[in-house]
Design a protein around this ligand. Structure first.
Ligand SMILES: C[S@@+](CC[C@H](N)C(=O)[O-])C[C@H]1O[C@@H](n2cnc3c(N)ncnc32)[C@H](O)[C@@H]1O
Length: 261
């Protein structure tokens, strides 16, 4: 059972900043490229968050196409609606990934990036994605496996404790390990599995690990026996390592794509 993250205004602003770092921009560009979306297509983004991907997808499908998006957070939806305000072919709804407010066969493609790892009933979420797709429609998903993190430290026990507490921010911190079979059971033929590594050799503001480590520090404080001092010292070590040229961070994102049979 997960205690979860509160996707409020503050989290929305933090995600917006972190998702505009060059490493996440590159991740989004690769995801978009793999999708091979065409003008005129109808696309659904499940869990739009700050709307950075949604905006790009909306520009690709253009005014002859349709961009729909859902999120369970009002704060995230506000940000996305603002970002896409000039796209007349875009509309966003407050909804749950497990109960999509669209008729059967409404879309050519469904995407979801870093959302399904928060969802407790993945069978239902994928059944819903399959329902709203046309036969032959495609689903493309990106999620993280937090077992793939490699982070420099001279305090491995503290690192383990912090990362164990952080796993609780998701329902499934290792969803990529089961996503293939879940997609196949939901009626998709999986045609793509790809890994996107994020690599930060420095600890600086415009890197993913700089922003996410601040979020991790905030989340783990008071959880899993992690004290405020411990969480602070954990993040401060990265600055010390960076000063010595000894900082390293890497994390894998996994992309799965399937076609609805
Ligand atoms: C880490 S953010 C990712 C946002 C966006 N997809 C991106 O990659 O930039 C996770 C988002 O999923 C949303 N979310 C989590 N569980 C959800 C659910 N069951 N239904 C709808 N949205 C959900 C959150 O509100 C949040 O906006």
């Amino acid at each position: 059972m997960t205690s979860g993250i509160d996707f409020n205004e503050e989290t929305a602003r933090m995600l917006e900043r972190t998702y505009q770092t060059p490493d996440v921009l590159a991740q989004r560009a690769r995801f978009h490229q793999l999708l091979g979306l065409r003008p005129g297509q109808r696309i659904l983004d499940v869990g739009v968050g700050p709307g950075l991907l949604a905006r790009e997808l909306g520009e690709t499908v253009g005014a002859r196409g349709k961009l729909s998006g859902i999120d369970q957070s009002e704060a995230m939806l506000r940000m996305t609606r603002e970002r896409c305000a000039d796209l007349d072919h875009a509309a966003f709804e407050l909804a749950d990934a497990c109960d999509l407010p669209y008729p059967d066969g409404s879309f050519d493609a469904v995407v979801s990036t870093q959302v399904y790892e928060y969802v407790s009933d993945m069978k239902q979420a994928l059944a819903e994605a399959a329902r709203v797709l046309e036969p032959g429609g495609r689903i493309q998903i990106l999620d993280t496996d937090w077992n793939s993190v490699v982070w420099s430290t001279q305090h491995p026990d503290r690192m383990r404790k912090i990362m164990d507490a952080w796993d609780d921010h998701l329902h499934d911190a290792h969803l990529p390990t089961t996503l293939g079979p879940l997609l196949e059971s939901a009626g998709f033929r999986v045609y793509l599995r790809e890994v996107i590594p994020l690599v930060n050799p420095v600890f600086q503001k415009n890197c993913y690990s700089y922003g996410i480590s601040a979020a991790i520090r905030g989340f783990v404080t008071g959880r899993g026996g992690v004290s405020e001092d411990e969480a602070r010292a954990w993040r401060e070590e990265f600055k010390t390592l960076d000063d010595k040229g000894a900082y390293f961070f890497s994390l894998n994102r996994y992309i799965f794509a399937g076609i609805k049979l």
